[in-house]
Write a protein that binds this ligand. Structure first.
Ligand SMILES: Cc1ncc(COP(=O)(O)O)c(C=O)c1O
Length: 366
């Protein structure tokens, strides 16, 4: 038998959101009738300008992509209000950048801190590098970070602290004063995950000048509508960014992803509309779900909402299954550490999708 690393054999598989293809064949539903509210994607679809640019570049995919990505980094830097030297771009989305952090920072036995519930991929990626998760607490009832629990978790072996804001899957924001408190308590890298920051209209870029241990993680999968192209980026001090480039896969950003990212950044109208639609849908869903007696929905600053379904008498798995039978995909949150078996997460949709979802929800929860 091939001698695979012990950690690989012990790893729990990552549980992603369900896909339209999978549900269409399992429940025998026409894919066009399925509403996907499970993976926090962009209901507006892709930028038309990105599609045009992609079509034009199809003829050149026999060539390797750019490796230094200076143009794209420059555009991202102006979008974020920083310098090109502050930027690193990942070709398997922000997830690739998490892996790059693992390669650069984690020696076996090093700790990383995650206030739970939060994004599960941090743990999935860093464990492979020998990292040991230490869990702090996200206060779900108040939907806020328990910052003291984070500070108490920091040991000499802590290499990375994750602060997701808005937090996935709860949707709550972290106060900047709490981020500062963490930054000042440690020399570990503080990863402020702003995958959804556009929907909250708050960011933490202003802290970069002062804190060398700040690392802001972002993605093109949400507001930029490019989840399928797998593009992420991060912002940090230039010295650290330069070191990360030494371990990042050189050609991981494909030519097509490069073109799509660049054209979407140029499409300011699309970006503005994406944010507007995301916020409008979130508030519509929140208002209408709040009216239902048997579920409890939490206010959110992202493009999804966390919902407690225990009063329906169903577990999250049973509840999600009822929705699936009716062609609606939501996220069963059972695989999120720090939540029990009664939570689902609902992503924003188009107004038409939201209305149909609410009608179906009413029929299930009555
Ligand atoms: C909080 C958070 N961070 C990072 C990511 C990774 O995004 P990407 O699609 O760029 O890998 C996600 C994706 O859902 C996320 O929810």
């Amino acid at each position: 038998m091939v001698r695979v690393k012990k950690i690989v054999k012990e790893l729990d598989p990552y549980v992603p959101g369900r896909s339209i293809g999978e549900i269409a064949s399992k429940y025998n539903i026409n894919p066009d009738d399925i509403i996907k509210l499970g993976s926090n994607e962009n209901p507006l679809g892709v930028s038309k300008k990105a599609v045009e640019a992609l079509k034009k570049s199809l003829d050149s995919i026999h060539q390797y992509p750019e490796s230094n990505l200076e143009d794209l980094k420059g555009k991202i830097a102006s979008y974020a209000g920083v310098k090109t030297s502050n930027i690193i771009v990942g070709g398997d989305g922000a997830d690739e950048i998490l892996d790059v952090l693992g390669k650069a920072l984690i020696e076996p036995g090093d700790e990383f801190i995650v206030p739970i519930p939060s994004y599960m991929y941090y743990e999935f990626t860093l464990k492979i590098h020998g990292g040991v998760p230490v869990y702090a607490r996200w206060d779900v009832d108040e939907n806020k970070l328990d910052v003291e629990s984070v500070i108490k978790s920091i040991s000499d072996r802590a290499k990375i602290i994750f602060l997701c804001t808005p937090n996935n899957p709860t949707g709550g924001l972290i106060d900047q004063k709490d981020i500062i408190q963490v930054l000042e308590s440690t020399d570990a890298l503080v990863v402020v995950d702003e995958a959804y920051f556009e929907f909250s209209e708050v960011d933490n870029v202003n802290l970069l000048e002062e804190y060398d241990n700040l690392f802001i993680l972002r993605t093109f999968s949400k507001v930029f509508g490019l989840a399928g192209m797998r593009i992420g980026y991060a912002i940090s001090n230039p010295e650290f960014i330069e070191l990360l480039h030494r371990v990042k896969p050189v050609f991981s950003l494909t030519k097509l992803s490069y073109v799509a990212a660049s054209a979407t950044l140029d499409d300011e109208e699309y970006i503005k509309k994406s944010i507007e639609i995301g916020i409008e849908s979130r508030e519509f869903l929140y208002e209408n779900m709040s009216k239902l007696d048997n579920i409890h929905v939490y206010p959110s600053k992202a493009n999804y909402l966390l919902v407690d379904v225990r009063k329906t008498g169903m577990s999250s798995g049973e509840f999600a299954e009822e929705l699936l039978k009716r062609g609606i995909i939501v996220r069963d949150c059972k695989s999120f550490k720090g939540l029990d078996d009664y939570w689902i997460r609902v992503s924003v949709g188009t107004m038409e999708e939201d209305k149909r979802f609410i009608e179906i929800l009413e029929s299930i929860t009555e």
